[in-house]
Design a protein around this ligand. Structure first.
Ligand code: PSU
Ligand code: MN
Length: 301
């Protein structure tokens, strides 16, 4: 069952701009209370830019599209909220659980609700060592098949970025740089890798979305928006923290869906909270850019 907040529902029906947001970043991506403060701040930025925010999560087996601030608070502090991707949805609905949606699960629900654009921090990707572990985020498959544009700050350097790009190419996902030719690396603006195309502005991004739909091309679009230089981390500092966190992960035998939450948390600890500040800033920046893009898109319809 989809429960769409009335404000979100009327915006969708009236072709007004709506931005979907995920809940895994709240429940498993940041510590309390900064997770809740950030989620509310992201919604505020989206409203300031003239769009309607719709934070998505699952409460007692109902998919909520457009959480209330009280519900966001619950997702930030309640224990035992599970992280769910596509494969989890049937059982989460059947068992009437509380669940935080990843990029993949949020895309599915946003699409069912008729929302065309989704803003997050970073997507999941091909993990380092995937040649052996086969740990490749289901986010990538979802981008290949679900008609939602995702605005992010690239994929984190905890992943194997070159392999993530190869995978997205194979799956037919356009990887576009927002005012950049380089794939951003989440905490920093630079990865040394190229995106497929540079988008000059929000209008061009909206046109790409429009053409995809017009030409009946199934699947998402990935728009990569670099972290602003002033909030970017020092590359050496973040690379060292990532290496150390990956080593700790292997020593502690962390695997599967625990991987991403463990690495994010450990990197925050290793950088004395600096990586969390960067993470917050880049999400806010994505919210502003995503709102501008969906506003332009609505004008084309
Ligand atoms: N990147 C972040 N913060 C996050 C995530 C990614 O900066 O919280 C979450 C997203 O919800 C993403 C998920 O979909 O991690 C990927 O998890 P996995 O690698 O297990 O697919
Ligand atoms: Mn995985």
């Amino acid at each position: 069952m989809l429960k769409i907040n009335p404000e979100v529902l009327s915006a969708i029906k009236e072709n007004r701009p709506v931005v979907a947001l995920e809940s895994t970043i709240i429940s498993h991506g940041m510590p309390y209370p900064k997770n809740v403060q950030t989620a509310l701040e992201v919604e505020r930025v989206i409203r300031e830019h003239g769009a309607v925010p719709a934070t998505i999560g699952i409460i007692d087996g109902d998919a909520i599209v457009g959480m209330t601030p009280e519900e966001i608070e619950q997702f930030g502090k309640r224990k035992g909220i599970i992280k769910v991707s596509r494969r989890d949805l049937p059982v989460v609905y059947a068992k009437k659980l509380w669940a935080a949606t990843t990029v993949a699960a949020t895309m599915i629900i946003a699409n069912q609700a008729g929302i065309k654009l989704f803003v997050t921090g970073g997507i999941g990707g091909v993990h380092r060592g995937a040649q052996e572990t086969m740990d490749i985020s289901a986010d990538l498959q979802e981008l290949a098949k679900t008609n939602v544009t995702v605005v992010c700050a690239g994929a984190k350097a905890i992943l194997d970025l070159p392999l993530t790009l190869e995978y997205l190419e194979t799956m037919g996902v356009p990887v576009l740089g927002y005012k950049t030719e380089e794939l951003p690396a989440f905490y920093t603006a630079h990865s040394g890798l190229k995106v497929d195309y540079k988008l000059e502005d929000a209008k061009e991004a909206a046109l790409a979305m429009f053409e995809k739909e017009k030409n009946n091309l199934q699947g998402g679009i990935l728009i990569c928006n670099p972290i602003p230089e002033e909030y970017s981390m020092d590359k050496k500092v973040i690379d060292e923290a990532i290496e150390k966190a990956l080593k700790m992960m292997n020593e502690q035998g962390i695997k599967g869906k625990e991987t991403t939450p463990f690495l994010l948390k450990t990197i925050v600890e290793l950088t004395g909270g600096d990586s969390l500040e960067s993470n917050i800033k880049l999400v806010l920046n994505n919210a502003a850019v995503g709102s501008e893009i969906i506003k332009e898109y609505c004008k084309l319809k």
